[in-house]
Write a protein of this length. Structure first.
Length: 149
């Protein structure tokens, strides 16, 4: 909004809409020692940022206040990103040279993995988080050692 108020052109606003989230996510991923999301095929991370910028511009040009624009932008971008992950959409790639094979990274297709699964199956897939069971023998020994102090 500040960029538009200062007379930045639409392209400049879109560049700011992409640079902020991607730079922040890249920083988080590098510090966390994981592969940055913008380099993982099928994440649609940068496209989601571009879509967010476009929706924001449309909303503000339509005369909506910043709260409405933020709410609509969030709903559209979140829905797009979840659908991309759920349906395992892939970004288009450049045509590879002859003889080059792109290996599958084994990225889970969340839609197929989650549809119709029971809690046991979700746990077996590693998609269900359950609290850790406390071993009664360990708990008893911890109580005995703490009583000796």
């Amino acid at each position: 909004m500040a960029a538009a108020d200062n007379g930045l052109p639409v392209l400049g606003i879109l560049i700011l809409a992409v640079v902020g989230p991607t730079a922040g996510r890249l920083y988080i991923d590098v510090i966390s020692d994981v592969n940055p999301k913008l380099f993982i095929r099928g994440e649609w991370f940068v496209a989601t940022a571009v879509l967010s910028g476009i929706v924001w511009i449309i909303c503000t040009q339509a005369g909506l206040n910043s709260w409405w624009a933020a709410g609509i932008t969030f709903v559209v971008a979140y829905t797009f990103r979840v659908m991309a992950l759920f349906f395992a959409w892939e970004e288009p790639l450049a045509k590879e040279p002859t003889g080059v094979y792109i290996h599958d990274d084994g990225r889970p297709h969340l839609g197929r993995k989650l549809r119709g699964k029971s809690r046991r199956e979700l746990r077996d897939l590693g998609l269900l988080v359950e609290p850790e069971a406390v071993d009664t023998a360990d708990a008893a020994s911890n109580e005995q050692t703490s009583g000796r102090d």
